[in-house]
Write a protein that binds this ligand. Structure first.
Ligand SMILES: *[C@@H]1O[C@H](CO)[C@@H](O)[C@H](O)[C@H]1NC(C)=O
Ligand SMILES: *[C@@H]1O[C@H](CO)[C@@H](O)[C@H](O)[C@H]1NC(C)=O
Ligand SMILES: *[C@@H]1O[C@H](CO)[C@@H](O)[C@H](O)[C@H]1NC(C)=O
Length: 364
């Protein structure tokens, strides 16, 4: 049983008209999927369980990886991997030993697969209706990153040419994002692949980036992290430092486990988060008072245990409708995006709920 499941089931009971909840993705009425995003039914899921046997594709289906050194590099397929779970030294930045032993899902339920585990994929999923985000909302979702790239190099000892050993690096890419946007393409919006995480290029967008790859120089440090990005009414970029609104929070995202995320916007700054606020100067221009109905608000992002503990990983003061230049009704689309690049992994969302007026319909 997923530790988070009760949270979402409680949320379902608390929701009223106007909100939406996907306890899983068995039924996806109201979702608009773009690019490589798809839902997987239970039957299909059983055939590609996220257990130790899945390595991203059927044998032979993965493209060969070009050798960049004299070493023989290749991508392992399910066939070559079986029975060799603990082969010799593994190496590589951010490699994921834990992945090889990621637990299979505890139950059989439909998932929203934003990208399959293959290179250069991108996907987005939007709720079909505009949400009244300026009045405040709470979005809760669970995701799991699985079947990452596993590259092995066979090393030949030059002096004793018979001696061979193999090093494998398990490291996927690139990550996913929760997005509030009023992009001209509406629910058809889909951003760039790779480090663009499927959101780069969207206009009037606020992005909670769950970055599970290290792409220097865009990323300041070599760890999975969560950050808040926006270019106001312009097109948001995944690399521009000026679009990063606050210091990123390091968080282990690509460990193969299911993670819980809650993103909230309050149309005021709740006093209880006063000790948690952080922002870069880039965020200052969005921290404005828009008059009576558009006061300074607060974006908070909670991860895993931080949800129940009410301990935000990010708490950034800004005025959402003013920052994005939203129309008078303060509505925008909410969605999830993801992408892969040279490295890949499955970006699976296992549940998603949005509550439009958290002040009134509080989700515990
Ligand atoms: C989703 O579908 C599978 C079978 O197709 C079923 O076992 C599972 O209970 C369903 N989940 C929900 C929440 O309906
Ligand atoms: C918006 O649609 C246009 C035309 O189809 C396309 O060229 C562009 O890439 C799209 N942009 C986004 C962010 O979806
Ligand atoms: C948020 O602030 C509270 C009280 O000031 C503090 O106990 C908590 O550790 C902070 N949380 C984070 C993630 O910094």
């Amino acid at each position: 049983m997923r530790p988070w499941a009760p949270l979402l089931l409680v949320a379902r009971g608390a929701l009223v008209g106007g909100d939406f909840v996907f306890v899983d993705f068995n039924e996806t009425q109201g979702l608009r999927l773009n690019g490589d995003a798809e839902t997987s039914a239970c039957a299909a899921e059983a055939g590609r369980a996220h257990g130790p046997d899945e390595r991203g594709a059927a044998p032979g289906a993965l493209p060969a990886v070009q050798a960049t050194t004299s070493e023989t590099k290749r991508v392992e397929t399910a066939d070559t991997l079986r029975g060799r779970a603990d082969d010799a030294p593994r190496a590589g930045l951010l490699h994921r030993d834990a992945y090889a032993y990621a637990p299979a899902p505890a139950r059989c339920a439909g998932r929203l697969r934003l990208t399959p585990p293959r290179p250069h994929a991108r996907g987005s999923a939007w709720h079909h209706l505009r949400r009244p985000v300026a009045r405040g909302f709470e979005a809760t979702f669970t995701f799991q990153l699985a079947a990452p790239t596993r590259r092995c190099a066979v090393h030949r000892d030059l002096d004793f040419s018979l001696a061979l050993y193999e090093r494998c690096a398990v490291r996927g890419g690139d990550g996913l994002a929760f997005v509030v946007a009023d992009d001209p393409n509406g629910t058809a919006a889909l951003g760039a692949a790779g480090g663009g995480l499927g959101y780069a290029g969207l206009r009037r967008a606020l992005v909670v980036e769950l970055d599970a790859d290290y792409s220097p120089p865009a990323d300041g440090f070599a760890a999975d992290h969560v950050e808040l990005r926006s270019a106001g009414a312009g097109a948001v970029d995944a690399a521009a430092p000026a679009h990063r609104l606050a210091p990123p929070a390091a968080w282990d995202l690509a460990d193969g486990r299911e993670h819980l995320v809650r993103v909230a916007y309050a149309p005021s700054v709740p006093a209880r988060y006063a000790g948690n606020l952080s922002a870069y100067p880039a965020a200052a221009r969005y921290a404005v008072d828009g008059g009576e109905a558009r006061r300074l608000g607060l974006v908070t992002v909670f991860l895993d245990d931080g949800v129940a503990a009410d301990r935000p990983a990010l708490a950034v003061p800004l005025n959402l409708p003013e920052a994005l230049g939203l129309p008078g009704d303060g509505t925008a689309h909410v969605g999830l995006t993801a992408a892969t690049g040279e490295r890949w992994q499955a970006h699976d969302v296992t549940s998603w709920a949005v509550c439009d007026r958290p002040g009134r319909d509080a989700v515990p």
